[in-house]
Unconditional design. Structure first.
Length: 713
């Protein structure tokens, strides 16, 4: 049979192979069989990609080996969100193989092509669809090969469980393994093969136990801090008392006197090394230093005035109708200001990395969401070629956007390069907080009005320093404007590092919008569910989510405050429509808020693994309670005062409510993101329930007992 040779000649003649090697070297590295390379969106060509002249840069591979197993080489990582299970489900369904025959090779920078990282719920809603296309392409190629082998037409064949067989004569069949044995076939997927219809799915849409469940429950799963290398040393680094500090003098004498301690200094990098993490910690405590701290007149209470003062550059995200016309039609005007503090990612696993030099190459295991940019950063910092730096696959113990940036990986690589010894660097909780990319603090101002009919006549929304993601409302409002205001380049917008925090910007913007919607509903004397529905006549999808959630919760219409402690908020994140209803109990003497029950309903399009989606929804509700009720960074100037869980409170077991989650059946839609949506509405839902219980409106998160009591007073 010469079909594979024809494919090779047609494809490989105009294809540039990854890693700077020829076709045979590439196949030797990835293995023989049928390999389909594919591209995710319009990702630009990067070092390490496979490219074809008439396709975008290719950045993942799907390989069917002569053993019949399917291996998917992707740049994505597993940090708890579940792609290690859901992506194989998509492959197995499109390729018609058993789920247990699909292996994920994730984020090994020597084997997997370049990928920008794992964040924004992109794995399923973007990457998964392209992966399905590659699997469909592979199946089509195998059927064509089988047709020639079995002397049958393509339309006479069907596939099931890794076998191509005749539709009429089941004895005429051949396995994928037999078709690929001894072959070296390299193809690209360019979207020219139709995907299966929903009715044809056998695996997608059914709940599957996560493939990493057992090893995580038993403790077998390895994280960056679990890597043990012979003669490995543990590092601790001298840290400044506050961000922006300049090192003036350092004395390492006492640390050097400790047995087995090695001191390393390279410019401002001062570190101690020892085989014991504990002793390394004692040694760094003996290093004395003099610092010049940068002083700014800001703390957690004056922060919001600073934000309003510095955020002077305005950008309009959306505009509809005429605000002045809407204001003229208004009989009630309500102007509100909402405040959001800095909050930390606080994952269970702090930033950690283990590294070693082997045969002139730097090998790194790092708890990071962005292996390839991290590899590139290490190479640039050390003046090494990218091909001489390898990040190896490892589980990540929580990221939430905080491990997009990975200073620990660069620091440990520097130490390894300086000493030629294997080293592990585990951030303390204090380091994790200080060097975290916090969720930006923000101020949101909303000016809105009601007309005589009790409908919103205008809406003017401005978010200061918080970001514009999902700031634009989805309600029926004839006159509206949405703006972001940010600090000009060079000005100190934030005294700390800031970045993506699970659903960046959306938590802040949803809290403000949904609080204001409840305020307007109360001013109109209308039940808040009915008020939302009156403004969702042109969005039946969102209206359906609200109605379904209200029914599931057992909502009884009443204008607020009703005294029942019922509240809700709706939102959109990564294409998913979500509503959470909560029931709260407020201690009138102390202001303490206990969320008793939470009901979440979301429309996320087609759901690949319902069990995985449910776990994410429940996790978002619990994590969202933290920012709604407790989490806030305390600081003075650029010195962080919240540096551990004794001064930074997250959700505790005794705060967990009764949780009920429900997914709207939209299996004929494309899949949307499921890693973040419910978290974005938790702040608004809790604030609205507190208002319903007490009549007190809290405009600043978190809703601490002190703030709730003050609002009631």
């Amino acid at each position: 049979m010469n079909n594979d040779k024809k494919i090779n000649k047609r494809v490989l003649g105009n294809m540039r192979n990854p890693f700077g090697m020829d076709r045979r070297d590439f196949m030797k590295r990835i293995g023989t069989g049928l390999v389909v390379a594919f591209s995710v969106g319009n990702t630009p060509l990067k070092a390490g990609m496979l490219a074809q002249d008439d396709t975008p840069g290719v950045n993942a591979f799907l390989r069917i080996g002569e053993d019949g197993r399917v291996k998917v080489y992707v740049g994505k990582i597993e940090m708890g969100q579940g792609p290690i299970t859901s992506l194989p489900m998509e492959v197995a369904d499109e390729l018609d193989v058993r789920l247990e025959d699909v292996d994920m090779i994730m984020a090994d920078t020597d084997l997997c092509p370049w990928n920008e990282g794992t964040y924004g719920s992109l794995s399923t809603r973007v990457f998964g669809e392209v992966l399905r296309g590659a699997a469909a392409k592979a199946r089509a190629i195998l059927v064509k090969m089988a047709a020639e082998e079995l002397s049958l037409g393509v339309t006479e064949l069907e596939t099931r469980d890794g076998i191509v067989r005749s539709k009429k004569d089941s004895s005429k069949k051949i396995t994928y393994a037999q078709l690929t044995k001894g072959k070296e076939i390299l193809e690209t997927s360019v979207g020219d093969v139709a995907l299966k219809k929903t009715s044809e799915f056998r695996i997608m849409g059914t709940s599957k136990l996560r493939v990493d469940s057992r090893e995580k429950v038993t403790g077998e799963a390895l994280y960056a801090g679990d890597i043990q290398i012979p003669n490995m040393l543990c590092a601790r680094i001298l840290r400044p008392p506050s961000l922006g500090s300049k090192l003036l003098n350092v004395d390492t004498t006492q640390a050097e006197l400790m047995e087995g301690v090695e001191v390393v200094r390279d410019g401002d990098l001062v570190a101690v090394l020892h085989p014991s993490q504990h002793i390394a910690g004692k040694a760094i405590a003996k290093v004395t230093a003099e610092w010049e701290e940068e002083k700014v007149d800001i703390n957690q209470d004056t922060l919001f005035d600073h934000i309003l003062e510095v955020a002077t550059e305005s950008r309009t995200l959306a505009s509809e109708g005429k605000l002045e016309q809407g204001k003229e039609a208004a009989v009630k005007n309500i102007n509100s200001t909402f405040l959001d503090p800095y909050i930390a990612h606080s994952p269970i696993e702090t930033h950690t990395a283990t590294a070693m030099m082997e045969d002139g190459r730097m090998k790194v295991w790092a708890s990071c969401q962005t292996p390839y940019p991290t590899r590139d950063g290490i190479a640039e910092e050390l003046g090494m070629d990218q091909k001489d730096v390898q990040l190896l696959p490892i589980f990540v113990g929580g990221g939430f956007g905080g491990k997009i940036y990975n200073p620990q990986a660069i620091e440990v690589a520097r130490l390894v390069k300086l000493t030629s010894k294997p080293i592990q660097l585990v951030y303390t909780r204090e380091e994790e907080f200080i060097y975290d990319r916090l969720r930006p603090a923000a101020v949101v101002k909303i000016d809105a009005g009601l007309d005589e009919a009790g409908k919103i006549s205008y809406w003017d929304f401005a978010v200061h320093q918080g970001g514009g993601r999902e700031a634009v409302h989805f309600y029926d409002i004839p006159n509206s404007r949405t703006r972001t205001l940010s600090a000009p380049r060079g000005a100190m917008g934030h005294p700390f590092y800031t970045g993506a925090w699970r659903a960046p910007s959306v938590n802040t913007n949803t809290f403000a919008r949904e609080s204001q919607m409840d305020i307007l509903a109360a001013a109109a004397g209308v039940d808040p569910v009915e008020f939302r529905l009156r403004h969702l006549e042109h969005d039946p999808r969102m209206a359906n989510v609200v109605k379904t959630g209200a029914e599931r919760f057992g909502w009884t219409p009443a204008k607020g405050p009703s005294g029942r402690g019922h509240g809700f908020a709706v939102g959109i994140d990564v294409g998913t429509y979500v509503v959470v209803f909560v029931e709260v109990e407020v201690d009138k003497n102390t202001g303490y808020v206990q969320v008793k029950r939470a009901v979440c309903c979301q429309d996320m399009g087609m759901v690949v693994n319902p069990q995985g989606a449910i776990l994410q929804m429940e996790g978002c509700i619990l994590m969202g309670l933290g920012y709604a009720l407790r989490e806030e960074i305390q600081f003075e100037s650029r010195k962080m005062l919240s540096t551990n869980f004794d001064s930074y409170a997250i959700t505790q077991f005794n705060m967990a409510p009764e949780i009920d989650v429900f997914i709207v059946d939209s299996k004929d839609e494309v899949p949307y993101g499921g890693g973040e949506p419910p978290i974005v509405v938790m702040g608004g839902a809790v604030a609205n329930a507190v208002f319903d219980a007490t009549g007190a409106r809290v405009f600043r998160q978190p809703l601490t007992p002190e703030r709730v009591k003050e609002a009631m007073g």
